[in-house]
Design a protein around this ligand. Structure first.
Ligand SMILES: [Cu+2]
Length: 163
């Protein structure tokens, strides 16, 4: 990974996770997640304190935070997120390189440990919604669906709140 790529990611993180009144750049090379038509509902995953960060109408992307709890006996590997409110969702990790630059980048999967939690926050793993179809309104609720690597789907609601 080059330093310029990390810097780009850091700039995107600044825009997307601490929204500024300008349009966030879109990570190069990212394509939409495929949808799993055969997805089956699963109840091992519960989502607590889910929230979508309110952004100004000029900002087309936002972040989703909360706590994911896996009640099942096996790790749950999440491979996608989608919502009707955005053109596509991304799974993100936040990393600091040896030079001390911190940035986020998309990742193919986020794993919720068996019987444990994965916390989604602006300084760690989180979800992002890219290409919002309409300006977000505070107090509005979005419905999001996480897909796991076995094709299971996990749907939850998240209110839009101030960062
Ligand atoms: Cu982010």
């Amino acid at each position: 990974m080059t330093r310029s790529m990390l810097l780009g990611a850091a700039l995107l993180a600044l825009v997307a996770c601490r929204p500024a009144p300008q349009t966030a750049g879109h990570p190069a090379g990212h394509t939409g997640h495929s949808q799993n038509e055969a997805g089956t509902p699963s109840s091992v995953l519960s989502v607590h304190d889910a929230r979508v960060v309110a952004v100004p109408p000029s900002v087309g992307d936002t972040s989703v935070f909360g706590t994911l709890h896996n009640a099942g006996p096996a790790p749950l590997r999440l491979v996608g997120v989608q919502t009707d409110a955005a053109s596509h969702g991304m799974l993100m990790v936040t990393q600091t390189d040896p030079a001390g630059l911190t940035g986020m980048q998309d990742t193919p999967a986020l794993t919720v440990p068996a019987g444990g939690d994965l916390t989604l926050s602006d300084t760690g793993d989180h979800l992002m919604l890219m290409g919002l179809r309409a300006p977000l309104q505070e107090g509005q609720t979005l419905t999001l669906t996480l897909t796991d690597d076995a094709g299971g789907t996990h749907t939850f609601d998240a209110p839009v709140v101030k960062p």
